[in-house]
Design a protein around this ligand. Sequence first.
Ligand SMILES: Cc1cc2nc3c(=O)[nH]c(=O)nc-3n(C[C@H](O)[C@H](O)[C@H](O)COP(=O)(O)OP(=O)(O)OC[C@H]3O[C@@H](n4cnc5c(N)ncnc54)[C@H](O)[C@@H]3O)c2cc1C
Length: 396
Amino acid sequence: MTIEAFREEVRGWLHDHCPDAARGPGSPVTIGSKRPISDELLAWRHAFGGRGWSVPSWPKEYGGGGLSPEEITVLNEELQAIKARVPMGGMGTSMIGPTLLEYGSEEQKKRHIPKIALGDVSWCQGYSEPGAGSDLAGLQTRMVDKGDYYEVNGQKIWTSGANFADWIFTLVRTDPEAPKHDGISFILIDMDQPGITVKPIQLISGTSPFCETFFDNAIAQKDELVGELNRGWTVGKRLLQHERSGLGGLRGAAPQRRRGRPRNGMADLARRYLGEDKSGRIAEPAARDKVVRFAMDQASFTATTRRAREESSSAQTPGETTSIFKYYGAQMARESAEFQTYLMGTQGHGWEGPGFEPHEIGANRGFLSSRAVTIYGGTNEIQMNIIAKRVLGLPD
Ligand SMILES: Cc1cc2nc3c(=O)[nH]c(=O)nc-3n(C[C@H](O)[C@H](O)[C@H](O)COP(=O)(O)OP(=O)(O)OC[C@H]3O[C@@H](n4cnc5c(N)ncnc54)[C@H](O)[C@@H]3O)c2cc1C
């Protein structure tokens, strides 16, 4: 099929299947079994996921779309053209799915990947522990062999979305005597069981996106071990690369090539709050310089991620160089959130109440949330360590 014929097919299919309720701003098309969703959006999620388009690059045999990079670009352009809200995303599509495609057994792929494609299951990540964050290999959650099954005891922390998750992928210690990287295994565990308790933690921005997760004699099935026993560190590290690839802008929709001058949201904001000089420029010279710098950095970063994506043969996730994108993307996200509140002045510090517009309150909460982007997925200091050692080859 030619690419133009494919575009026609996508356009026609979206016309027939994407309801008005999933176009433009509105409630998100949630995934998993625990978040509320209307019948109409559920039907859309199943139609879209059933076509494999929620995971367009994954193989068709596991429920993916099997699309080429050019076809994915067309799909994204057509979705953007009708402002469709799509049931994509979550840790299923961005982390555990690509990891299972590389390391999972055939049975694990058949069991888990189609449900991820349909959006019927929500996953969370059980890596960090109270005593093991940057030093992840120091984790202490224990998993022991009980014959027919494994038993898990210990605690994870900062588990994003655990309160809505159906399954957790987690790193556990299976050989306490081995050197610390060699006694770790990677296991998939069903969250719906008495042995798992989840307690949400509130963030400074007012939401509770993450939790403490306790395992008390929790049960894990033996056929949910990914890779070999005590060899989970390799699997766990690869998953982190997929996570960082998403956070660094390497994964997901390729930015569209635009014709003409792109709209600059930051410049619009600066004009609105700081005014214009006689020549129609942003009134404050220092802010003007910064707006231009952000626009140039954004354009260069977008071009570099596009190049890395096109050069990478492994599902949009290069190896250790992924850390460069996670580092820079996080830095930029943080600085831009900070600059937006600066431009708004006191209006950028509202929490609630009639004195503030919704976008001003959103900017303040966004600024507070943005402090976390240089922490999750591995802190920026840890990314610099990886870049120094594994990319640049500097001595330890
Ligand atoms: C919003 C949010 C969501 C998260 N979601 C999840 C999740 O879903 N699942 C999950 O498992 N975890 C999650 N995390 C946890 C996250 O991965 C950890 O916070 C992160 O890895 C840092 O670990 P830590 O908090 O224990 O800090 P620490 O490791 O104690 O680090 C403290 C400080 O010391 C620095 N530091 C530590 N070691 C070194 C070193 N060797 N060299 C230089 N500097 C160093 C760090 O950079 C940091 O500044 C989330 C965190 C946040 C903020």
